[in-house]
Design a protein around this ligand. Structure first.
Ligand code: PEP
Ligand code: MG
Length: 285
């Protein structure tokens, strides 16, 4: 609010689970979500359901060591297999939705079935809350974080069943390039300006728009001045950035007309290498 943001595009609920030795209860979570909703005074609050595993460890959950944690049991995959814990989080979010414009977002979706299963649990939680006479927003939007190559490729299918998309470029870059974001030996491949990642981003935005759902971006790339003209041209409507970047990003967005951004994007999308893309973007921003 102090940075004049128009809402919160990514409430990372994993922080509520870290630095403690047991799962936070439904009430504890509700208090945190409610407080955020009240603080935002009606501005949008996108709460991402628990995103653990991969590079995010929570010792007390007892996740087994995996050979390939980024390909493994994490985020929505873990939650769908731990339904009690997942349902208590969903209920906490639903209860907070009585106090503001709260939306639910599932991380790491790779298949329509996962979205359907998650939405079915939301409906189950609603029924139980109704039964208990607890208030919530029955029309709470349920969105998908598009951050895997799979979700990018089936964005048209997901868009039919999701209320919104938010592009997570941190993971999308890694999963598209098959390059671990924490491994410096492959850092040269880990770039959202790779033609493959740019095509993925463009296609997700276009498919979301075609289905008439809002498409935002909550990965770090949303705050990159070189990425911003491309996102404007592709039709992104929500930029979710860290609080200190809000005014800077708004300033950068304001510098571009749609026509100018389109010209830049047309050129970039015909380029072959990341180096070429970056050299050109450096010359125009
Ligand atoms: C992302 O993947 O782009 C993202 C915003 O989530 P995280 O960095 O928490 O994986
Ligand atoms: Mg991610």
């Amino acid at each position: 609010m102090a940075a004049d943001g128009e809402g919160v595009g990514l409430f990372r609920t994993e922080f509520l689970f870290m630095d403690r030795d047991a799962i936070p209860t439904e009430d504890e979570q509700f208090e945190a979500y409610q407080q955020a909703a009240l603080t935002l005074k009606g501005k949008g609050l996108i709460i991402r359901t628990l995103d653990i595993g991969g590079d995010k460890e929570i010792p007390y959950l007892g996740l087994e060591k995996e050979e390939n944690p980024f390909m493994g049991f994490r985020a929505i995959r873990y939650c769908l297999k731990n339904k009690d814990m997942f349902k208590s989080q969903i209920k906490a979010i639903l209860r907070a939705s009585a106090f503001g414009d709260v939306r639910i977002m599932f991380p790491l979706i790779t298949a329509v079935e996962e979205l359907r299963e998650g939405k079915a649990l939301v409906e189950e939680c609603k029924a139980e809350l109704k039964e208990a006479g607890v208030d919530f927003n029955d029309d709470i939007p349920v969105g998908v974080m598009t951050e895997t190559a799979a979700s990018g490729v089936i964005a048209d299918l997901l868009a039919k069943e999701a209320d919104f998309f938010s592009i997570g470029t941190n993971d999308l870059t890694g999963y598209t390039m098959a390059a671990d974001r924490g491994n410096s030996d492959v850092a040269y491949l880990y770039s959202p300006f790779q033609p493959s990642v740019l095509r993925m981003i463009k296609s997700i935005i276009e498919n979301g728009r075609a289905a008439d759902i809002p498409v935002g971006m909550c990965g770090e790339a949303a705050a990159d001045p070189k990425m911003i003209p491309l996102l404007i041209s592709f039709g992104l409507t929500e930029f979710s950035v860290s609080a200190p970047s809000v005014l800077k990003v708004r300033g950068t967005i304001a510098k571009w007309t749609k026509d100018e951004a389109d010209k830049v994007a047309d050129k970039v999308m015909r380029m072959t290498t990341e180096a070429e893309v970056l050299e050109y973007l450096d010359s125009v921003v």
